[in-house]
Design a protein around this ligand. Structure first.
Ligand code: GLA
Ligand code: ZN
Length: 695
C-alpha cells in the first residue's frame, strides 16, 4: 500500500460531529440569577459561530450544594438548550475544585504541603488524590453525571477534571508512596538502598516505613528518592484520573475522554496519555514581548503543540486559549489584531481538531474577571475581540475537510520529563543556566525555521520511523533508550547528541567507565572527560566549515564539555579559546549504516540553524513545502494529510508583509477564499495565515 493511502483521516472526536470544533469554557452556573444573560448567550454563540461548549468545570457546588443534596436542574436546562441550538457539549467532571462542605466534613481531603502544613479550604486543584473519601465522592458525582446525560444528544465527550497537578504529602499519601516503593523494589530494602546510593551521609534505610517524601526540613539530598517521589506523584494522579475515567466509561463506553494538560505541571504526561483517548492542552503563550520576537514565541508554542500531538500521534484538542489576553502573566498584553486567528490556526496546523477558549464570558467578580473572553463586560458583539472571534468562526467553518488529517514527521526531538526532573534536581553545572527545556526548544526551532515537521517525544517512544533524532542534554538514560539509539544509528538513522549526555541511569546513579555511559560512547564516538560551566558573561567560540559556504565562527556560552574523539570520529570544529583550545567542539561518527553527531558546547541558535539546515540537505530530510525558494524568516509552513488530501498552512509571524516564491507553478486552492492560487508567489500580510489544499 502506498504511504499516501495509509494516511487515513481519524474519526471525529465528538460523538456524531464531523466538524472542526470551535468553542470553549462556558459557565452558566455563575449566571443563574441572570436568565436574560443566558438568553443573550444563545444569540451571541450563534453569531460568533461557536459549535461546542465545555460545561461544568468547577461546578460541583452548583450540583451538590450540601452533601447529598442535588440540584442538577440548571445543567439539565443548559444541556437541553445546547442541544436545541445545535451545539455539542464537552462535559467536565467537576473534581478540580470542591465545595466547602466537603472539606468541613472530611478535612483529610485538604492537601498537605511538602513542609507538612495542611492547606485551609480555598483555591482549587488542591485535594489529596489518595483520600478514599474524596475518591468516593468524585466517583459518585461522575457516575451521576454519566447516568443522567448518557443519552443526551448534546453530549460529545468527557473532560476529566481540570489541569491535574501538584502533590500531597499527607499521611495517607506517605503510606501509598511506601507501598509504591515496596512494589518497585520487590519489597527488598537493600535493592532500594543500592538504587538510591544511601551509603552517602549514613542514609541507608533498614525498613520501608522509615521513608518519607522529600521535605524542605527533612530529606532532600537523595536524588533517587526525589525522582521516585515525582514518579509516584504521576502514578497517583494517573490512578485518580483512571478512577474518574472508569466512572464515566462504565456508563458511556463509546464516548471519548480527555483531560486538559498545561505546558508543564510537573507530571509525566506521557504516562497519563496512556489512559485517555484524546490529548488536549491549554495554550497561553506570551505574544508580542519586547525582548522576544513573535517568531520565537511561535517556535516555542509549536514545540508544545507537536509534543502533545506526539503523545498519541493523532489529532489533539486545543482545549483552552485566550481570544485576547490573560490576567496572570507578568504583563498582560493584548493579542494584536490578527494574532488570535494566527495562533488558533497554528494549533490546527500542528494537529489540533479544535480551537477553544477560556472563556466564553468574562465573570463579574473574583480572580478571573479580567481574563480574556469572547464576551466582555459590555455584553455585546461590538468589540474587536468578538468580531475577530467571529471571523475565525467563519474561517473554521471552511476547515471541516481537514478535520482528522494528521501531521507526519521524519524528525524527532527527545524532550523527556523524567530527564527534566533529574537535571533540575542535580547539584552541578550552573543552577541558572541548565535550561533543559529551552535547549530542546532551540534545537526544535532550528528545524521549525526550515519548516521541517518534527515530533517531540520522550525516551520511551520508538525511534525507527525517523530519519533524524535529536536528543539534547540526555543526562539520564532510562529503560532501553541507549540500546534503541544504538539500533537506530546502526540501521541508518542520524542522531544528534550534546554535552551532558549519558551521565546517570534511571535512579540517578552515575555510569562508571566514562560518559556517555551505557555503551553510548561507541555510538556517539566521543568520551566526555570534563564539563566546564561558564559565567553568564563568559564566551568561548568555535569555527565551523559549513558545507560549501565560507568558514564561520560561532559563539559558545554556558557549557563547554571537554571531549576526546574515539576511533573513526571526525572532528568538525574545535574550541578557539581557553585551556581546551583545539579540542573538539563538534564531531561526526559513522556507526553501522548511520551517523552520530555530537555538539559538545552550548551554542546560540544561529549555529543550530546553520547546522541543521546543512544536515537536512545531507540526509534529504524534506521540508513541509519543498516547492518554495528559501522561506523568509518568521514564516512557518506546516502540513496535514489524510485520505489523499494535503493541506499547507502558511503562517507569517512577522509584523511586515512577506511572500513565499515558488520554484514552479503548482495547483493549490486557498480554502478560505476558495480560489486557485495564481502565479508563483504566495503573499502573506503581517500576522496572516493562509491554508491551501492540494488533492
Ligand atoms: C487554566 C484553567 C482555567 C483558567 C485559565 C486561565 O487553563 O484551566 O480554568 O483558570 O487557566 O488562563
Ligand atoms: Zn494526601
Amino acid at each position: 500500500m502506498s504511504e499516501k493511502l495509509t494516511k487515513l483521516k481519524y474519526p471525529p472526536i465528538l460523538k456524531d460531529f464531523p466538524h472542526m470544533i470551535y468553542g470553549g469554557d462556558y459557565n452558566p452556573d455563575q449566571w443563574l440569577d441572570r436568565p436574560d444573560i443566558l438568553k443573550e448567550d444563545d444569540r451571541l454563540m450563534e453569531l460568533v459561530h461557536i459549535n461546542s461548549v465545555t460545561l461544568n468545570v468547577f461546578a460541583w457546588k452548583a450540583l451538590e450544594p450540601e452533601e447529598g443534596v442535588y440540584t442538577f436542574e440548571w445543567l439539565d436546562e443548559t444541556m437541553d438548550r445546547m442541544a436545541r441550538n445545535g451545539k455539542k457539549v464537552i462535559l467536565a467532571t467537576p473534581s478540580g475544585a470542591r465545595p466547602a462542605w466537603l472539606d468541613r466534613n472530611h478535612p483529610e481531603v485538604l492537601r498537605m504541603n511538602a513542609d507538612r502544613t495542611r492547606n485551609l479550604h480555598g483555591g482549587r486543584h488542591n485535594h489529596c488524590y489518595t483520600s478514599p473519601y474524596y475518591r468516593k465522592k468524585v466517583w459518585e458525582m461522575d457516575q451521576m453525571l454519566a447516568k443522567r446525560y448518557q443519552n443526551h444528544p448534546a453530549l460529545g465527550m468527557w473532560h476529566i477534571s481540570n489541569e491535574y497537578g501538584g502533590e500531597c504529602h499527607c499521611p495517607l499519601c506517605q503510606e501509598a508512596f511506601r507501598d509504591w516503593l515496596r512494589e518497585k523494589y520487590h519489597n527488598n530494602i537493600e535493592e532500594l538502598n543500592h538504587a538510591w546510593f544511601t551509603g552517602f551521609w549514613s542514609k541507608r534505610f533498614s525498613r520501608f516505613d522509615e521513608i518519607e517524601s522529600p521535605a524542605p526540613q527533612g530529606e532532600h539530598a537523595i536524588h533517587g528518592l526525589q525522582l521516585d517521589w515525582l514518579r509516584f506523584v504521576t502514578y497517583q494522579t494517573k490512578n485518580f484520573m483512571e478512577q474518574e475515567i472508569r466512572a464515566v466509561k462504565e456508563i458511556t463506553p463509546d464516548l471519548l475522554v480527555t483531560t486538559n494538560y498545561m505546558k508543564y505541571a510537573g507530571l509525566n504526561y506521557w504516562e497519563l496519555s496512556k489512559s485517555v483517548d484524546i490529548v488536549s492542552w491549554d495554550s497561553y503563550p506570551a505574544w508580542h514581548e519586547t525582548n522576544r520576537s513573535d517568531a520565537k514565541t511561535a517556535a516555542e508554542t509549536a514545540f508544545h503543540h507537536d509534543m502533545f500531538r506526539s503523545m498519541k500521534k493523532k489529532p489533539f484538542l486545543l482545549m483552552e486559549s485566550t481570544p485576547s489576553l490573560v490576567n496572570w502573566q507578568h504583563v498582560n498584553k493584548l493579542k494584536r489584531p490578527g494574532m488570535n486567528i494566527l495562533s488558533s490556526i497554528q494549533a490546527i496546523a500542528h494537529g489540533s481538531d479544535s480551537v477553544q477558549y477560556f472563556q466564553w464570558r468574562k465573570g463579574r467578580g473574583a480572580e478571573e474577571k479580567f481574563h480574556g473572553a469572547i464576551i466582555d463586560h459590555d455584553g455585546s458583539e461590538h468589540t474587536r475581540v468578538f468580531q475577530e472571534c467571529k471571523c475565525l468562526g467563519e474561517f473554521l467553518h471552511k476547515c471541516d475537510s481537514l478535520r482528522g488529517t494528521n501531521v507526519y514527521a521524519k524528525a524527532a526531538i527527545i524532550y523527556d520529563y523524567e530527564n527534566r526532573w533529574a537535571i533540575e534536581d542535580m547539584n552541578g553545572l550552573s543552577q541558572e543556566s541548565k535550561q533543559y527545556e529551552r535547549t530542546c526548544i532551540e534545537n526544535y526551532e532550528a528545524l521549525w525555521q526550515e519548516s521541517i515537521a518534527s515530533d517531540v517525544i520522550d525516551m520511551t517512544q520508538p525511534l525507527d520511523n525517523y530519519q533524524l533524532v535529536i536528543a539534547p542534554m540526555l543526562y539520564m538514560l532510562r529503560g532501553d533508550i541507549a540500546k534503541r539509539m544504538k539500533q537506530f544509528v546502526e540501521q541508518g538513522g542520524t542522531l544528534v547528541t550534546t554535552y551532558v549526555t549519558g551521565y546517570v541511569d534511571e535512579t540517578d546513579l552515575c555510569f562508571l567507565g566514562g560518559f556517555p555511559g551505557n555503551d553510548l560512547k561507541q555510538v556517539i564516538g566521543v568520551w566526555e572527560e570534563e564539563i566546564d560551566s561558564l559565567y553568564p558573561e563568559d564566551r568561548n567560540s568555535f569555527t565551523w566549515h559549513n558545507g560549501d559556504l565560507p568558514k564561520k565562527t560561532y559563539s559558545v556560552k554556558d557549557y563547554c564539555a571537554i571531549v576526546h574523539p574515539l576511533e573513526n570520529t571526525e572532528v568538525l570544529a574545535c574550541y578557539d579559546d581557553d585551556f581546551y583550545k583545539g579540542m573538539p567542539a563538534v564531531t561526526k561518527h559513522p556507526f553501522g549504516k548511520g551517523m552520530a553527531y555530537h555538539i559538545a558546547a552550548r551554542t546560540e541558535v544561529e549555529f543550530l540553524r546553520d547546522f541543521y539546515k546543512l544536515l537536512a540537505k545531507e540526509i534529504s530530510l524534506e521540508s513541509n513545502f519543498p516547492f518554495a525558494e528559501k522561506l523568509p524568516d518568521g514564516i512557518s509552513v506546516q502540513k496535514r494529510e489524510g485520505d489523499g488530501e494535503v493541506y499547507y498552512f502558511f503562517m507569517n509571524f512577522n509584523s511586515i508583509e512577506q511572500s513565499v516564491l515558488l520554484k514552479e507553478t503548482i495547483v493549490l486552492k486557498d480554502i478560505e477564499s476558495g480560489e486557485q492560487l495564481e502565479g508563483n508567489k504566495i503573499c502573506l500580510q503581517p500576522l496572516q495565515v493562509r491554508i491551501f489544499c492540494s488533492k
